[in-house]
Design a protein around this ligand. Structure first.
Ligand code: UDX
Length: 453
């Protein structure tokens, strides 16, 4: 199948490269010429495990271009994978995706039959997309261009394991109001649904996985599934954080509580890790978008609003905990280990570390930062004085009154704590992800502060 992927980002690249691996010919179209040039040279423009290896494996059946006209030649399916960041009113900004629809409408050929949307869009947008792309049609098959069927195929991949999630998803959702759209996209995914492809050596199939469920539904339901899934996961994290805050008051250990409730198969242990809460490009944006969309229908989404309040409070509570240990923060040196919103990505969007650093700076602290992949990106974004960064984690720790671990990268779990103790001026370690060995730290003479423990 000849497929175009519009948007070579965190969603488009894993999707397109996986489809290439499964035997399709892929053209990536992206307006960012710098990105396209890098990709043509075989370089991935951001950090995501195994994309380099996958590009290397599939290079003979992938192409990259900034030009829609040549890109859409011979293409029968287009996937839209462009960003829909929140605008100033917390609604998804649709400028990019509308421009993409116009370009597809303009340059589509007779061969093009399906446009599959993977971008997260307001519920009902699929219908608008259909009208934008087909706008010069009063009837099917005219002017040498095809009538286009629109399909929604929301992505559920997690950054840091995007390719793994593409090959081995929990489910695939395909929504369209036209049955041929559902059939064509289901067919495309059949190697994943039936798990009958040979796995790449670096991404082995999980034990026991023999098939992936596929949910076929209407356009609107598919769009809502995406928002509802993210809102539920966000609520689950905020729920455990709220219980963690209670644990601290009553003297419980949130890890024990999470285990105890997570073993109930109706609840499940995943996404019950307490800490400084969620960040990233999806949960914050999608929960606020859902709240705003519901408002347009006169509905208030109480639970999702509460989840947001709990989440963003975690970023303040952790600083209050530090202050109970070392008092006023003015002129104190505070180390921040971990900037990305989670491990295995360089993504800093809505990263808790950024809010926490800004709060520390506003209270007069001197902030020293480290991250194994996003340090340079962070430093190039900030113009603040009073921030020092170094790629050597021990140089960052040296002289600190307190150290926060804000992203659970493995290197922080494996630190030489005896050395850390010698290098630090103080002895407070705040584990914002409950990722460290508490007993070891206490034994090594640190004041250990976790979340809900
Ligand atoms: C999320 C969804 O998981 C994915 O399905 C969707 O397509 C995009 O949004 P992502 O943002 O990449 O993926 O990261 P995810 O692994 O879900 O983590 C989101 C945030 O929640 C991270 O900051 C993570 O640290 C935090 N988190 C996650 C917790 O605080 N506790 C948990 O138990 C799980």
């Amino acid at each position: 199948m000849n497929i175009a992927i519009v948007g070579a980002g965190y969603v488009g690249l894993p999707t397109g490269l996986a489809l290439a691996y499964l035997g399709n010919d892929i053209v990536f179209i992206d307006v960012d010429s710098e990105k396209i040039e890098l990709l043509k040279k075989g370089k991935i423009p951001f950090y995501e495990p195994y994309l380099n290896e996958m590009l290397n494996l599939t290079k003979d059946n992938v192409k990259f271009t900034t030009d829609y006209k040549s890109g859409l030649k011979n293409i029968s399916i287009v996937f839209i994978c462009v960003g829909t960041p929140a605008d100033e009113n917390w609604k998804p900004n649709l400028t990019n995706i509308k421009a993409v629809a116009e370009m597809i409408g303009e340059y589509r050929t007779k061969k093009l039959e399906y446009v599959v949307n993977k971008s997260t869009v307001p519920i009902g947008f699929g219908k608008m997309l259909h009208n934008l792309i087909n706008k010069d049609h009063t009837s099917k098959h005219i002017k040498g261009k095809n009538y286009i069927t629109v399909v929604s195929n929301p992505e559920f991949l997690r950054e840091g394991s995007a390719l793994y999630d593409t090959f081995y998803p929990d489910r695939i959702v395909v929504g369209s109001d036209e049955i041929n759209g559902i059939e064509a996209v289901s067919q495309l995914y059949s190697p994943i649904v039936n798990q009958n492809f040979t796995p790449p050596s670096f991404l082995q199939r999980p034990n026991g996985l023999s098939a992936v469920p596929i949910v076929t539904t209407d356009l609107c339901s598919a769009e809502l599934i995406k928002y509802a899934a993210n809102a539920f996961l966000a609520m689950k994290i905020s729920f455990i954080n709220e219980i963690a805050n209670l644990c601290e008051k009553v003297g419980g250990d949130i890890n024990e509580v999470a285990k105890g409730i997570g073993l109930d198969s109706r609840i499940g242990r995943k996404f019950l890790n307490a800490g400084i809460g969620w960040g990233g490009s999806c949960f914050g944006k999608d929960t606020s978008a859902l709240i705003e969309m519901a408002k347009e229908y006169g509905l208030k989404l109480h639970m999702i609003e509460a989840a947001r309040i709990v989440n963003y409070n975690q970023r303040t509570i952790i600083i209050e905990k530090l202050k109970t240990q070392i008092g006023n923060l003015a002129n104190k040196s505070i180390g921040i280990l971990g900037l990305s919103f989670k491990p295995n990505t360089d993504d800093l969007r809505d990263a808790p570390a950024i809010d926490i650093i800004n709060k520390l700076l506003s209270e007069g602290a001197y902030v020293k930062v480290h991250d194994p992949v996003s340090l340079q990106k962070f430093l190039s974004m900030t113009n603040k004085s009073n921030i020092y960064g170094n790629t050597d984690v021990y140089k960052v720790i040296e002289g600190c009154d307190a150290v926060f671990v804000l992203t659970e990268w493995d290197i922080y779990k494996e630190l030489d704590w005896q050395m850390v103790k010698r290098l630090m001026r103080g002895n407070v370690v705040i584990d914002g992800r409950n990722a460290l060995n508490r007993e070891l730290l206490i034994k090594s003479g640190f004041i250990y502060i976790g979340v809900g423990r």
